[in-house]
Write a protein of this length. Structure first.
Length: 623
């Protein structure tokens, strides 16, 4: 299963391809004409946006070649993805603003994606292949008005690659590296990743086909000696046709399959358990443009099969159908509107087939004032087949002051969002409760952003978030330990600060840093750090060599020791990573990465293995 075949192939290709050195322009990370989309669905200049949207460009993804999507997102302010520092098959928990997986919505190519059979109904970020992604935008805060269910603490908006240039092109991206703990530094090559992207464009027709594979062993899930293997296979096909200047259609098909060994969770020990997950998604997106607007129809069908082989075997079969129809209309240069209808039908086979559906009409208006006053506001009426209707709204004003070649922007937001009870909570095999109401989140934000030319930017946001009708798994009979999902009566409160900093002191040097502070009156949930710091420095040498260093600090957290059923305090830790990328020619570049350079010892989850010092090298070949 260890794919060595690409390396000798590339050696032969290099003999033909390596030639004159490529002269690349150093692209500044700060651009005053940068546009953001996720907070309004319109391409707005960042200075006119009322949010501090995080943008991850294709260049940044390439500079982090060899790292997973979850690892890259985990370096951004306000986000902690627990499990990214453990063995490859570890379940991932995404914590944003005190919330968890069920409050984070993932969107791929304009379509909401989730797993109706899961206890949190989240999308599994392990399915994603970094080399198949064009860009990522992360919108933090309540965003259910535009995006619906689960968009309570963050929306991760992912755009996959598509054919862009006329003619035929191919990308080959490959890497291999170690996968070892702090105590077992044997430096065996045990992680392999390969991706091939083939694109073609001729006139009105564009096609992209991609296939990828990852195989990883070397680490045990629980602290122990048994190796737990992880593998992923993925592929996608996108076909687009521009029938006229105004009307175009894109059809897509995605396939992902995960196989992973895992260990016993109670008690935590080595075990010969395994997990298999298979997902197929078919989508169709069309756009019709007219004089002052455009009509968009995005639809997709998603099929997910999951099975667990353990002391308590289980299998789940679920599917969902999504339809999002919306009209974007621009009255003038200042007023942009969206009127849409979002329909989602989810089904899962438990002892019998269960399903729910939502029908949500929504309206959003963006006003971009000539004197710096901007407003983003909207409403949504959530109609659920089980619990009825739920009204959602947002109000997001901002004010911009132009300062020389930059600006100072003040922003605020008051927004609500909802998290619908999922099929597992309503009808699943453990503690089901068909009378659940949706969770209702309310978020207040206030902050500022200062940008000077294309060299310097700093932003800071204070947030205050409350959760009402929070769904939790509670014991209803202490004698029999019978438990059930219930809406909690008490309101949960979270608040904190997110600070981001970016600078380009010279055309070759970039500096990025962020700090997140998260607090709760009731105490933070398990594994959520109160403080987190990320910092990166990148330097471009002679136009074709990039050196990058990153630092991450995670404060102490609380976790549960299931051997004693008591909460324990996990010590804070710091990690240092290095990355070197060199472009040998127009067609070929290679990289070397070092993760956990100091081989720091730390605990991410009690009694589970964490990654020590690891090396990785790889290449990208364009033909």
């Amino acid at each position: 299963m260890k794919n060595y075949f690409l390396w000798p192939t590339v050696t032969l290709l290099l003999c033909a391809k390596v030639g004159a050195q490529q002269e690349q322009d150093s692209t500044n990370i700060l651009q005053l004409d940068e546009v953001v989309v996720s907070d309004s669905r319109f391409e707005l200049k960042r200075e006119n946006s009322g949010k501090t949207v995080i943008s991850i460009s294709q260049k940044e993804l390439e500079q982090n070649q060899g790292r997973s999507v979850a690892e890259i997102i985990n370096t951004k302010s306000g986000i902690e993805i627990n499990g990214t520092r453990s063995y490859a098959g570890q379940n991932l928990s995404t914590y944003v603003r005190g919330g968890n997986n069920r409050q984070v919505l993932v969107i791929i190519d304009g379509i909401q994606v989730s797993d109706p059979s899961g206890t949190s109904a989240e999308f599994d970020l392990r399915l994603l292949n970094t080399s198949q992604i064009e860009s990522i935008e992360i919108l933090k805060g309540a965003a259910s008005t535009l995006y619906g269910n689960s968009a309570a603490t963050a929306v991760i908006n992912i755009t996959t690659k598509k054919a862009k240039k006329e003619g035929l092109a191919m990308e080959v991206i490959s890497s291999m590296g170690t996968n070892q703990s702090q105590d077992d530094q044997n430096f065996n090559i045990s992680d392999f990743s390969n991706t091939v992207n083939v694109s073609a464009k001729h006139g009105k027709l564009s096609v992209l086909a991609s296939g990828g594979h990852q195989f990883t062993d070397g680490l045990s899930a629980a602290i122990g000696t048994e190796v737990d293997v992880f593998s992923r296979v993925d592929g996608n096909l996108k076909v687009g046709y521009q029938f006229t200047e105004r009307f175009g259609v894109t059809a897509s098909a995605f396939y992902n399959k995960l196989n992973s060994d895992y260990d016993n969770g109670f008690p935590i020990e080595d075990a010969d358990f395994s997990f298999s997950g298979e997902q197929s998604r078919f989508g169709l997106a069309s756009t019709y443009g007219y004089e002052k607007g455009s009509i968009h129809v995005n639809t997709a069908f998603n099929q997910i099969d999951r099975s667990f082989v353990s002391s308590f075997p289980a299998a789940y079969d679920s599917q969902s159908y999504i339809l999002d129809v919306f009209n974007k209309y621009t009255f003038n240069e200042n007023i942009h509107t969206i009127v849409g209808l979002n329909y989602i039908d989810s089904q899962t086979l438990f002892s019998e087939e269960q399903n729910t559906n939502t029908v949500d009409p929504y309206i959003n208006v963006v006003y971009v004032g000539e004197r710096g006053i901007n407003l983003n506001a909207g409403v949504r009426l959530n109609n659920h087949s089980d619990y009825g209707s739920n009204f959602i709204y947002n109000f997001n004003p901002s004010y911009r002051i132009n300062i020389n070649s930059g600006y100072l922007k003040f922003l605020g937001s008051f927004a609500t969002s909802y998290i619908a009870p999922n099929l597992s909570q309503l009808y699943g095999p453990f503690g089901a409760n068909p009378d659940l109401n949706p969770e209702e989140d309310t978020t207040i934000e206030g902050g500022l952003e200062y940008r000077l030319s294309d060299r310097f930017m700093i932003n800071a946001v204070y947030f205050n978030r409350t959760e009402d009708d929070r769904i939790d798994y509670v014991t209803i009979d202490p004698n029999t330990f019978e438990s059930q999902y219930r809406n909690l009566v008490d309101t949960a409160h979270f608040n904190g600060v997110e600070v981001g900093f970016s600078a380009v002191p010279t055309k070759d040097l970039t500096i990025n840093a962020n700090y997140t502070y998260t607090n709760s009156k009731e105490g933070l949930a398990l594994r959520i750090p109160k403080s987190k710091v990320n910092a990166t420095i990148g330097y471009t040498i002679a136009d074709n060599t990039f050196l990058g260093a990153s630092y991450q600090f995670v404060s102490d957290r609380t976790d549960t020791d299931f051997a004693t059923f008591t909460n324990v305090n996990l010590d804070s830790f710091s990690l240092v990573n290095l990355q070197v990328k060199h472009q040998f020619s127009d067609n070929f570049g290679a990289f070397v990465g070092v993760d956990n350079l100091l081989n720091a010892e730390y605990t991410e989850l009690v009694d589970y293995t964490t990654k020590g010092l690891n090396l990785r090298l790889g290449f990208k070949l364009n033909l």
